[in-house]
Write a protein that binds this ligand. Structure first.
Ligand code: HEM
Length: 428
């Protein structure tokens, strides 16, 4: 019989999984979630300044919630772990629960219709046609990296820019606009991080929201021009697909259009960057792994898959219940807010034996770091392919690699990975 679990997480522990700084300290965040999985696997967190929320920490519970999309909605509340004050401000500013109206913040028929627009660009077949171009981009970065031996900040030299180039070429954004897109993405995703946010200081929730809104405004200005041009001269790029898409004969509304561009431009590179640098970090600490992958390049797929789990770069999304339901023996009420912890689900001992061992033989079907259900990451095949191609190009040229300093991580409870990864390496 299943043990009756407490329905509330102790206050200090709950506060630690909200605090962006905890996510920048892997042993700390891993220990916090290990304790939550052990003693409070599906329980409520009450944290000052936030509406109370349930925390789904186990693989099975994340799946149970994501596969009941009519009960647990993305758009019926904030789908981000935001403090009450910014949730209220967003509502006042937009009349909706989320700042942007996009795939991850809508549900049901609207979600289905929007997802259908971008979907053709992300199928394995469509991506196969891009592989040679992506390999060219990878080679360019690898050549430059090798030339700069023996030192590199791997984040700066490869992880940050390679995925950006890939996504921007898929979208059809010209190369000269990439630094602008990168800066704006970081200002959104690292809005709490004084090294990267717009004001370069610690921010209050109010300042954070004001800064993110200003970034959105810049993106709207940029994409307003993109829409105009794409309607006059359609191209093959995803941006053009979005600009010219129609639902029931009508172009997307301005809010849908902006949301689509923004998610397409932002969701695909920070996530992949963080995963790629986490993978290099794992490699730098495991000389035997480099030798194994060089000897058995067919194991690179397993390496990519494990690095996606290991990094679990997207930490959280939120859902809101619109009906009463039972999860893990707990009674969830209509209106309740729920955190899906992909970070914790990716370390669930019941699914991943020795979760803190980097093991490239784990079965791919268990991957939860891309989510599951109707909102499962639309870019997952692209992410896997671009990472495989990068390692196929880079690994044969490496003779050795080790850490040359302490890596530093982003402070965020949303998308996290190394901000710097100093390495020393030799080439063949
Ligand atoms: C390793 C890299 C990546 C990780 C870890 C990741 C993770 C995720 C996660 C956890 C979700 C939410 C899933 C859910 O609610 O069930 C998501 C959604 C999404 N991702 Fe990714 N992602 C990655 C790469 C990409 C790439 C390369 C793109 C596109 C260029 C992309 C575009 C999206 C979009 C558009 C959604 C929203 C889908 C929807 O709500 O229907 N992602 N991703």
């Amino acid at each position: 019989m299943e043990r009756l679990m407490p329905s509330e997480i102790p206050a200090a522990l709950a506060a630690s999984i909200v605090n962006p700084a905890t996510y920048a300290d892997p042993p700390k965040i891993n220990a916090a979630f290990a304790e939550i999985r052990r003693n409070y696997p599906f329980a409520k967190a009450r944290v000052e300044g936030f509406d109370p929320f349930w925390v789904a920490s186990r693989h099975a519970d994340v799946i149970a919630i994501e596969t009941q999309p009519d009960i647990f909605l993305n758009g019926a509340g904030s789908n981000n772990l935001a403090p009450r004050s910014s949730v209220d401000m967003v509502k006042a500013a937009t009349g909706e629960n989320n700042l942007i109206r996009t795939l991850v913040t809508v549900d049901g028929a609207e979600h289905k219709a929007l997802r259908k627009i971008g979907f053709p660009a992300f199928t394995p077949k469509a991506l196969k046609a891009l592989e040679a171009d992506i390999r060219d981009i990878a080679r360019e970065y690898v050549d430059r990296f090798v030339e700069n031996a023996p030192h590199s900040d791997f984040v700066e030299d490869i992880a940050l820019n390679y995925p950006l180039r890939v996504v921007m070429s898929l979208l059809g954004v010209p190369a000269e606009d990439e630094p602008f897109m990168l800066r704006l993405t970081q200002e959104i995703f690292a809005a709490d991080d004084p090294d990267l946010n717009r004001s370069k200081t610690e921010v209050t929730p109010e300042q954070r929201l004001a800064a993110v809104s200003a970034v959105m405004k810049d993106l709207e200005d940029y994409f307003g021009k993109v829409t105009k041009e794409a309607r006059e001269r359609p191209t093959e790029g995803l941006n053009s697909l979005i600009a010219n898409a129609r639902i029931d004969g009508e172009y997307l509304t301005d809010r849908q259009l902006m949301g689509y561009y923004i998610i397409a431009a932002t969701a695909g590179h920070d996530t992949t960057s963080n995963t790629v640098s986490s993978a290099m970090w794992a490699l730098a600490e495991r000389p035997e792994l480099l030798a194994e992958l060089q000897e058995h390049p067919d194991r690179i797929d397993g390496f990519v898959e494990e690095s996606v789990r290991w990094a679990s770069a997207v930490k959280t999304f939120m859902r809101t219940a619109v009906e009463d339901a039972e999860i893990a023996g707990q009674q969830v009420k209509s209106g309740d807010w729920i955190m899906l912890s992909y970070h914790s689900a990716s370390q669930d001992e019941d699914v991943y034996p020795d979760p803190f061992t980097f093991d490239i033989t784990r079965p791919r079907r268990k991957q939860i770091a891309f989510g599951t259900g109707p909102h499962a990451c639309i870019g997952q095949h692209l992410a896997r392919m671009e990472m495989r191609v990068l390692w196929e190009e880079l690994l044969p040229r490496l003779d050795s690699v080790r850490l040359a300093g302490e890596p530093k991580l982003f402070k965020s409870n949303f998308v996290v990975g190394p901000k710097t990864l100093p390495i020393e390496f030799s080439v063949r």
